[in-house]
Each structure stands twice: as structure tokens, then as C-alpha cells.
Design a protein around this ligand. Structure first.
Ligand code: CP
Ligand code: NVA
Length: 309
């Protein structure tokens, strides 16, 4: 049994296999063929933070695969009243076939996984957002940006930046990360990525200048400056991130056919301008849709059904 927690735990081949499965199931879905690869299975979805895309994509995804999703907000289950993670994990994993969790610390997620009898999927923690990166890479493939791409991530050294580091260092492409001083990526995660990069041949560049990151890039991406849990720091963050807005002038430094990605929700006028988000290079809604398809690939793979697709 495997869990899907950070991307660290997978090889390049396994990551590409899951994305390929997602693409094949996407083609079936587009042809209105819904093969019940996960017939009668239940996916428990525990949310300790808000969500639009993650909830809708997992719930729709498991339904289209022949199963059912259980939306469990921590406000409604006993976890929110102090029942320990390890008890919740043992109860839910005796009744359900797979669990997706969106929570705060990665440690909490990993504690759950340690006590679970069924595969656990990270639906976002403070440290990582790996399912998002599966959709992002699927979108890169579909837009022809998967051959030796140069990706520029500009913004907060947060869960999205960390997951880009994992994906690039596992798959072996060039990632340039521009963060303001004080908002750099977690040094331990950088250390892991540097180790993986040695093996995969990935190039990782860290800078505090968005221009250095974006110059000649194939993919430009960013994320909110105020992640869930950072709300109290909002005013300070908006001041500290001045100059990091992806606008048309910055996009002009990338390759002429570069694409713009954003996991969404986006805050127009802060991390990205309206013109870029709604402009011809933006593929953010393809990316959002791919959450559905990429996660089906992940779920079918974790269930061991990859040979049936
Ligand atoms: N990108 C993403 O995970 O969106 P939600 O917070 O809406 O799930
Ligand atoms: N970094 C953001 C991503 C939201 C999908 C957050 O954690 O709130």
C-alpha cells in the first residue's frame, strides 16, 4: 500500500505513470465513457481548510470512477472537537477505501497516514500541495511544455513552491524560484530537492529577483501571497511582496509562447494582474480542470488498478 504525501516518495517513472493514467482516463471521460475502475469504493475527504477545486475534483472524480466521496469538514466531525488524528485514522480507514486530507501541518497528515490501513492522499498542507502539481504537469504536457522546460515560480516560498521543487527535482527540469527576503523556501525541503536534483539532472535556481527567474522561461507561475493560515500577516505580506506581481512587463521577459499557471484562487492586482490572468498565455482554467483528471490517475494508481486502464 502506498500513500501520496509529498512526491518525495515516488520515482520519476511512477509520477509519469500516474499522469499518463490521468490523461488516458481523461480521454475516456471526454468521450463520455466512465469505466468504474473504483466501483463501490468510498473516498473520505477530510477538510480542515476551505476548498473549491480540491473538493469538487475529488468528489466528482471518485463518483465518475464508480465510487462515492464523503465530505468531512473538521467542523462537523469529532476531529474538530479534539478526537486524536490517530483514532480518526483507524476508524475511517476501517470503513473507507481511500482518504484525502487537507490540513495544516504535514506532520498531522503523516500521523494519519501512519495509522491508516488505506492509501492517504495529501489534499494540501502548509508544506506541500502535491496533487496540484500533478495537474500542473499534465497541463504542461498538453501545452507542449514538458520537453526540458524552464519553469519560473515567483512569490511566496510556500506549499506550492515546495511542491514545484519536488516535481522539478524528481523529473529533472529547470526551476527558478524568486522569493522576497524572509519568504524563502524551507531549507530542509530545499536540501531534499538539491539531493534529488543531483540524481535527475534538474537545475534549481534561487533568487530574490523575479526578472532573473522569468527571463527566457517556458512556464511562469505564482501563488497567493497570503495562504490559508497566514491571514493575520496579510498587511505585512502585501507590503513585503511589492514588486512580485506578475504583470505584462514581466511576462514579456519569458519566451513569447510561454504559458502562465496559477493553482487558484487568484488575487487580481496582487500576485498577478487581471491582464495576465485573463490574457492569451494564461491556461489557468485548463489547469484547474486537470485537477479532476490528474487525481483520477492518482487514485486508480494507488488502488493498484493501473493495468486495467
Ligand atoms: N488549487 C486549489 O487547491 O484550490 P482549492 O483551495 O479551491 O481546493
Ligand atoms: N498556498 C495556497 C494554495 C491554495 C490552493 C494556500 O495554502 O492557501
Amino acid at each position: 500500500m502506498r500513500h501520496f504525501l509529498t512526491l518525495k516518495e515516488f520515482t520519476k517513472e511512477e509520477i509519469l505513470e500516474m499522469i499518463d493514467l490521468g490523461l488516458r482516463i481523461k480521454a475516456e471521460t471526454k468521450a463520455k465513457r466512465f469505466t468504474p475502475y473504483l466501483e463501490k469504493q468510498t473516498l473520505a475527504m477530510i477538510f480542515e481548510k476551505s476548498s473549491t477545486r480540491t473538493r469538487v475534483s475529488f468528489e466528482t472524480g471518485i463518483y465518475q470512477l464508480g465510487g462515492t466521496g464523503l465530505f468531512l469538514s473538521s467542523r462537523d466531525i469529532q476531529l474538530g472537537r479534539g478526537e486524536p488524528m490517530k483514532d480518526t485514522a483507524r476508524v475511517i480507514s476501517r470503513m473507507c477505501d481511500m482518504v484525502m486530507i487537507r490540513t495544516y501541518s504535514q506532520k498531522k497528515l503523516e500521523e494519519f497516514a501512519g495509522f491508516s490501513n488505506v492509501p492517504v492522499i495529501n489534499g494540501l498542507t502548509d508544506e506541500y500541495h502535491p496533487v496540484q502539481l500533478m495537474a500542473d504537469y499534465m497541463t504542461m504536457i498538453e501545452h507542449g511544455k514538458d520537453r526540458d522546460p524552464v519553469v519560473a515560480y515567483v512569490g511566496d516560498g510556500n506549499n506550492m513552491a515546495h511542491s514545484w521543487l519536488m516535481l522539478a527535482s524528481k523529473l529533472g527540469f529547470e526551476l527558478r524560484v524568486a522569493t522576497p527576503k524572509g519568504y524563502e523556501c524551507d531549507p530542509e525541503i530545499v536540501e531534499d530537492a538539491v539531493e534529488f536534483a543531483k540524481r535527475s539532472g534538474a537545475t534549481l535556481l534561487f533568487t530574490d529577483d523575479p526578472k532573473d527567474a522569468i527571463e527566457g522561461a517556458d512556464v511562469v507561475t505564482t501563488d497567493t501571497w497570503v495562504s490559508m493560515g497566514d491571514e493575520e500577516e496579510k498587511e505585512k505580506r502585501l507590503r513585503d511582496f511589492a514588486g512580485y506581481t506578475i504583470d505584462e512587463a514581466l511576462m514579456k521577459l519569458a519566451k513569447a509562447d510561454a504559458i502562465f499557471l496559477h493553482c487558484l484562487p487568484a488575487y487580481r492586482g496582487l500576485e498577478v494582474t487581471e491582464e495576465v490572468l485573463e490574457g492569451p498565455q494564461s491556461v489557468v482554467f485548463d489547469e484547474a480542470e486537470n485537477r479532476l483528471h490528474a487525481q483520477k490517475g492518482v487514485m486508480v494508481w494507488l488502488d493498484g488498478k493501473r493495468d486495467e486502464v
